[in-house]
Structures are given as C-alpha cells and as structure tokens.
Design a protein around this ligand. Structure first.
Ligand code: ZN
Length: 237
C-alpha cells in the first residue's frame, strides 16, 4: 500500500541523468559525482591495458586478472557509498521525484551522441565512462525508488519526447535550442540554462502534468496503475 502524503516534505523534483555530470536537478543543482569514478576509471583502464599485454593464461596474466577484479570491487564500494548518500538526501527532501524512463534515456543517449570527436582511443574511453555512469544511474534510481517508498514518497518515470530540445521556460521546441552539449539557449525567448538542468525541469513539468507513471519497483515488476490518481498512468510501451 502506497501512502503518498505521509512524506514530511511536499517538494517535488525532476532529475536528468546528465551527459557531463552525473545528474542535474530541476532546482538547478548539478551533481558532479564523477570525479572519484573518473579517477578509478583511469586506473582501471591502465590495468586493463597491462592485462592485454600479458600472455593469456600465464601466471602474470592471472595475477593481473585478480588485480582488476579487486579494482572492480573497490570501485563498486565507493560508488555504492556515494549513491546511498545521494539517494538518502534526495528521498528525504522530496516526496515526488521524476526521472526519465529508461527506454527513452537509452534511445536519446545514443541519438544525442555523447562523444564529440571520436578517435579510437577516446571512443573506447568514453564508452567505458558512459557504462560506468549508466551503472551508477541505474543503481541510483533503484535506491531512490525504495527509499522514497520507505518514506511515503514516490519515484515516477516520465517519457518526455524532447526534454533536451524543449525550452522549460516557454515550451518552444527546436533542435537549435541545444547550442552545445552543455548549453541550452531558447531561440524563441532567449532563456539560457545548463542543458541538463533545462531537461530536468522539463522532466518535472511533464511529470506534474500527468504524463508520469510509477516507476517499476525494486523487484522490476510493473507497478499496478492506481486508477484513483490521475498522474499515475500505465506505461505506454
Ligand atoms: Zn523559451
């Protein structure tokens, strides 16, 4: 039984998984979060390069393999600790949290193209970076979902079609609004904002105007649509 309204806060917030940062909030907060991830990622990459130079199956290879698995483990711990603090804070301060639906996110992430100048090396690097960020994002979402639930709040999944191109101020939607990967400038009203924060604001607006659906619970099963609540609609997929 979901008891919305028991949450101590009435605040609502939209969150966009950032391209340059870990996440952007509709209240204007940018959550960097990636510094420690990035440092680990570089160490991991260099250890993996060392592995590739060793003879497969040799003792040195096995040793290096163990080293890498240990690294994976410690990265997971650091990330988990970081994400738990973040999800605890957000679930405490907000009763309704809107995030972009995962399917949409995957599609838009590839359409957006997070790699500006893909050379081979950079490409591989960005690919790994993206996967580390994505893993963090999925885990963050999972934690938000159950922590909000504990506190009587709720996580909502939103499927905005043009969250990155739409002006959160006047609604004007055109590709050119996205001046660069980081900057949004509305060609109609001149509103200027960090592109990820603009997207987070759109996600919140769409969520509040009734196009959200309750995110899948921790178990992964689909939430039963609550027919008496207008803003909770079944997933259209
Ligand atoms: Zn505008």
């Amino acid at each position: 039984m979901i008891e919305i309204g028991k949450h101590p806060s009435e605040s609502e917030i939209g969150i966009d998984a950032g391209v340059k940062c870990f996440a952007a909030l509709s209240d204007g907060t940018l959550i960097e979060g990636v510094n420690s991830f990035r440092k680990h990622e570089e160490i991991l990459l260099s250890e993996q390069r060392k592995l590739s130079r060793k003879k497969r199956g040799s003792n040195n290879w096995k040793k290096q393999k163990r080293r890498i698995s240990g690294l994976h483990h410690s990265i997971a711990n650091v990330r988990s600790d970081y994400l738990h603090k973040l999800s605890a804070e957000i679930s405490k301060n907000h009763t309704k949290v809107y995030v972009e639906g995962l399917q949409i996110r995957n599609m838009s992430a590839s359409a957006r193209g997070t790699i500006e100048k893909p050379g081979n090396n950079i490409k591989a690097k960005s690919g790994l970076n993206k996967s580390i960020l994505d893993q963090g994002w999925f885990e963050f979402r999972r934690q938000l979902d159950y922590k909000l639930y504990w506190r009587g709040g709720m996580l909502f999944e939103v499927n905005p079609r043009y969250s990155s191109q739409q002006c959160s101020c006047c609604g004007y939607t055109v590709r050119e609004n996205r001046v660069s990967q980081a900057l949004f400038r509305c060609q109609n009203c001149g509103y200027e904002e960090n592109a990820d924060i603009n997207a987070a604001k759109n996600i919140k607006t769409v969520g509040q105007t009734g196009m959200a659906c309750a995110a899948n619970r921790v178990s992964g099963r689909q939430q039963e649509p609550a027919v008496n609540r207008k803003e909770i609609l079944p997933v259209a997929s």
